[in-house]
Design a protein around this ligand. Sequence first.
Ligand code: ADP
Ligand code: MG
Length: 251
Amino acid sequence: MSNNILAIKNLTVSFDGFKALNNLNFTLETGELRVIIGPNGAGKTTFLDIITGKVKPTQGQVRFKGRNLRSFSEHQISRMGIGRKFQTPRVYLKLTPRENLELSCNRNKGVFSTFLGNPDPSERRTIAGLLETVGLTVKADIAAGLLSHGEKQRLEIGMLVAQSPDLLLVDEPVAGLTDEETENVGNLLLALAADHSIIVIEHDMEFVRQIARQVTVLHQGSVLCEGTMDEVQNDPKVIEVYLGQPEEQAA
Ligand code: ADP
Ligand code: MG
């Protein structure tokens, strides 16, 4: 039947009567990389909050791998295989990238057993692979506090992947990054897309162009249009509400 990892149906979220999401319908195929764009206040963050269970639907439903998420807590949903990366990096600055990744791999074991126990060879290989994937092999053993902002972003994406989620939610990963780091993060997400389902929320249009296959445009809590970057950019509705604004005025 359907190969959708995520299916959102007729979803409405009201905050004191204001509909942050309004009868929204959305599906993501397993293995897909989707970029979501939309002007400020469109409902993008609320959309992620709904998927992670932080906010519950007023109406409608969210299905992940066929299961309705309504009755599950945020923690349970995370254990079911949904990982979220927030906008600001949340790495342990005094630990090295390698140690940060070890901790993420062992989230259930806790800090002490991670450092008291010797990582077994298979775990060591996993972490070496992750360091390679995020491009931090050379900096694996310096304090994470010494990494650049972009390197920290990549490390945090690695920490997310270390938890083996099936669906990765990534909120504005290149805000404040240099052009070179933006491209690095883009390449990292493209590499991860080979074996993960990913939703990226992003404002930076250059970046969206670099990574996007399918783009969903949110506006006033609903899907305004979906398609390739070219289709979306040429859609008069989108030009009107979003892309038509001069860059300087876009908040
Ligand atoms: P975006 O991330 O696209 O900028 P948000 O999802 O943060 O948009 O917000 C969508 C709309 O819902 C905004 O108008 C915002 O003010 C409103 N909103 C978001 N969270 C709440 C809340 N907890 N209470 C009331 N209004 C909210
Ligand atoms: Mg937001």
